[in-house]
Design a protein around this ligand. Structure first.
Ligand SMILES: *Cc1c(COP(=O)(O)O)cnc(C)c1O
Length: 436
């Protein structure tokens, strides 16, 4: 028995499924998740001493890989002063100023503790501002686990094939309308029926929780136009895309102004942080300056702010070069994976936008949830374990993005592509057997 197996057995007794977040349990791929002891740069090491090249990067936050010295140093320095005060502190102001300076059109922010909280609060703001109740979301987009958003959600809900969640009241879900990603007509028809009641459209500007599905030309612009026509607000869930597509996130990358944007992941540098942002006259309606209540005992925690601020400073210092490098990495990976799949006669579709990409075991385009779900998850399972056994740590689900970081190296990528080539050959062997 490995140490990971021993820990997983102990974990099952005291944590549901042995984990604190569902996808970590390897339910979709089977086997025992390695328990991670430490990370450094692009690598993680498990409790059995195995090394992996990490393409999960804490599900996105670690834009500079594990343990960047600037971030660790900022945390060390800040924690010496105390871990939390529940009173205002300087670093919260610095963090908010930094975010406002980087995000187009966003004049004020409120810090929270997770992406879930950020989107939930962003929608409360949208409802408060418009005085309307309904929201439109897209099938396969994940916006955290708040009640009203666990309707045709992506990520773990899709991975474990849970239709919705038990424990969500009908009333909580009743105001959530669902449209198809990349299909404006499905949004139009919801607005034709309910236009006067819809507070907001919430969207992942690049869907990245049903695998990566970029918006087709005109889709986000179309959402902007529909919102303007009906007086609804456009809410970008930038929990993944924020500071990953560009320093100003999807709004900068696509040149589209959202009314409210939600952040998480990267802005915490690995600490639990979320935030929502909008223009001043909206944000002023949040308590205590306005009547839309939202609070948090640990919100704006100084140590978490220090980590986030240090990471955002690194982004600012490196500028365009950083994004060119990350995009170059993703391009090289996407091309290499496509090529080895093609050479081995394995059908894959690789979707990529900037540094975000994912590999679908699918024949033909993947532009919405329905097509994503047609992927061959059995084949993904084999691919995943083939890669893991070769020291490549991918997200244990067909429906998650691959995250590259600035700590990855050309050597890492080459090693990864070599491993993928071997696994694709294995898949080709299996395919030949099945066809006999
Ligand atoms: C991860 C994620 C969330 C939820 O963030 P948590 O910090 O896990 O609560 C929300 N929206 C998107 C797009 C995400 O990827």
């Amino acid at each position: 028995m490995t140490e990971s197996e021993r820990l997983f057995a102990r974990a099952q007794a005291v944590l549901p499924g042995g984990v604190n977040s569902p996808v970590r349990a390897f339910g979709a791929v089977g086997g025992t998740p390695p328990f991670i002891q430490r990370g450094e740069g692009s690598k993680i090491y498990d409790v059995d001493g195995k090394q992996y090249i990490d393409y999960v990067c804490s599900w996105g936050p670690l834009l500079f890989g594990h343990c960047p010295q600037e971030v660790l140093e900022a945390v060390r320095k800040k924690m010496e002063n105390g871990l939390s005060f529940g009173a205002p502190s300087r670093v919260e102001v610095e963090m908010a100023e930094m975010m406002v300076s980087m995000l187009p059109g966003m004049e004020m922010v409120r810090m929270v503790n997770s992406g879930t909280e950020a989107v939930m609060s962003a929608l409360r703001l949208a409802r408060g501002v418009t005085g309307r109740d309904k929201i439109v979301k897209f099938a396969g987009c994940y916006h955290g686990h708040s009640d009203s958003l666990l309707v045709r959600a992506g990520s773990g809900v899709l991975t474990d094939s849970l239709p919705d969640s038990m424990g969500v009241s009908k009333a909580a879900a009743a105001d959530t309308l669902t449209a198809e990603y990349n299909q404006l007509s499905s949004v139009e028809s919801l607005f034709e029926q309910h236009g006067a009641e819809i507070a907001a459209i919430v969207v992942e500007p690049v869907a990245a929780n049903m695998g990566v599905i970029p918006p087709q030309e005109g889709f986000l612009q179309g959402l902007r136009a529909i919102c303007d026509r009906y007086g609804a607000l456009l809410v970008f869930d930038e929990v993944i895309t924020g500071f990953r597509l560009a320093p100003g996130g999807a709004q900068e990358y696509y040149g589209i102004q959202a009314d409210i944007a939600a952040f998480g992941k990267i802005i915490g540098g690995g600490m639990p942080v979320g935030a929502y942002a909008a223009r001043r006259d909206f944000m002023k309606q949040v308590a205590p300056s306005g009547g839309i209540y939202q609070a948090g005992t640990l919100s704006g925690n100084p140590v978490a702010m220090a980590a986030g601020l240090a990471q955002l400073s690194m982004i600012q210092d490196r500028g365009d070069r950083l994004y060119q490098m990350l995009t170059g990495y993703a391009e090289k990976m996407a091309e290499g994976l496509e090529q080895s799949a093609r050479e081995n006669g394995i059908s894959v579709t690789v979707n990529r936008e900037g540094s975000l990409f994912s590999v679908f075991f699918h024949d033909g385009p993947v532009q919405n949830e329905r097509q994503a779900k047609e992927s061959d998850t059995q084949r993904f399972k084999h691919y995943f374990h083939g890669m893991l056994s070769r020291g490549i740590y991918l997200a244990p689900s067909q429906f998650e993005a691959v995250f590259v970081s600035a700590a990855h190296t050309q050597k890492d990528l080459e090693k990864t592509l070599a491993a993928a080539d071997e696994v694709m050959r294995e898949l080709a062997g299996l395919q030949a057997l099945q066809q006999k």
